[in-house]
Design a protein around this ligand. Structure first.
Ligand code: AMP
Ligand code: MG
Length: 337
């Protein structure tokens, strides 16, 4: 099929493709999503086909405002509305008990569903025009780094989806924070643009799922099914180096081999002449690092690098989301210096 390029002027067209069962690439503030009518099991199956996504990895339903929560969820705790008031539209997904009209294809048979209201006007307008919730995972081929531009999504999805709506580069750059509100205390399943510290301000105590910070042991079941899969990985193996930035840069400089690629903070780029280098932004700017991490990982697939070394930010704030994506891209191959 030919993938149509749409713009903010094509809201009705995008909505029409969705309601007739098609697939549309949608911009959001986090990453580009691969959207389908979330009430149409066949359309939802087509998402799994296009991505090569394992069937037991559920999708998130995107809605235009918290007023739609009651349509698809039941037993909604007051905390959900408190979070929606503070963070929606925005990069936060809440796991809530689902109503029976949400198809098994979306939830992978779970009795809960992930709900999110994206902070991207055109995408919310498309959802309102279609008048259906849009099921959307990240718009990459399963296992690859998520796309933060329409061009990056087309690398993976050209010819496999009906259309893509170009909304420019994503402002956050890593996927939404996922918080499970069906357990006490609420549990952080995936760090993202809304930070753990911000969630704690609204919810009090929040438990962090162990899979956020370490590799799951064989047989161990993470609460977000997606966390058990190899993720975000470029073709070359990645080594993450953690510690004070001056020390991690020096460690990489000493240990890198000819032909290795480097992911570093802006201040250290000059230390790696003759190597392919991707910069994440200044060492002290984790929001910039979040915006650049996936493009940095993707860019090495266009070069033939033997290995990739990456300086790692600290775990605080949105840095927790950046380190989580880097660590997963590296299969948790982490060196502390
Ligand atoms: P992505 O496709 O990259 O946006 O991933 C969506 C993430 O949401 C995956 O990690 C899923 O496992 C997770 N997810 C979606 N629905 C649920 C749910 N009901 N319970 C737990 N995790 C979920
Ligand atoms: Mg994904």
């Amino acid at each position: 099929m030919e993938t149509q390029r749409l713009t903010a002027h094509d809201i009705e067209r995008a909505a029409g493709i969705l309601t007739s069962g098609g697939l549309v690439g949608i911009p959001t503030e986090t990453v580009y999503g691969l959207g389908a009518n979330g009430l149409d099991p066949e359309a939802v199956h087509a998402i799994f086909e296009a991505k090569g996504r394992p069937q037991d990895n559920p999708l998130i339903l995107h809605i235009p405002d918290a007023g739609w929560l009651e349509r698809y969820c039941r037993d909604i705790p007051p905390a959900a509305y408190a979070l929606a008031r503070r963070f929606w539209p925005g990069p936060l997904t809440m796991i809530l008990p689902r109503r029976p009209l949400v198809p098994d294809a979306v939830t992978a048979g779970l009795d809960t569903v992930g709900m999110r209201c994206p902070a991207c006007d055109v995408t919310r307008e498309v959802i309102v025009a279609a008048d259906v919730p849009v099921a959307a995972p990240s718009g990459n081929t399963s296992g690859r780094p998520s796309p933060t531009t329409a061009a990056a999504m087309l690398e993976d999805m050209e010819g496999k989806i009906d259309a893509i709506l170009d909304g420019g580069p994503c402002a956050v750059g890593v996927e939404s924070t996922i918080i499970d509100l069906t357990v006490t205390p609420p549990r952080l399943l995936r760090p993202g643009g809304v930070t753990l510290e911000e969630l704690e301000e609204v919810l009090g105590s929040v438990e962090v799922d162990p899979a956020v910070r370490r590799l799951m042991a064989p047989g161990e079941q993470p609460k977000a099914p997606g966390m058990k899969y190899r993720h975000y990985a470029p073709k070359a193996p990645v080594t993450v180096v953690k510690g004070e930035p001056g020390c991690t840069a020096a460690y990489i400089q000493l240990n890198m081999e000819e032909g290795d690629g480097i992911i570093c903070f802006d201040e250290y780029r000059h230390l790696f002449p003759g190597h392919p280098v991707e910069t994440l932004g200044p060492a002290a700017d984790p929001a910039a690092q979040a915006r650049h991490i996936f493009e940095a990982l993707r860019s090495f697939d266009h070069l033939s690098v033997a290995g990739i070394w990456a300086q790692s930010p600290e775990d605080a704030g949105i840095g927790l989301a950046v380190t989580n994506r880097l660590n997963k891209a590296a299969g948790f191959h982490i060196i502390r210096v």
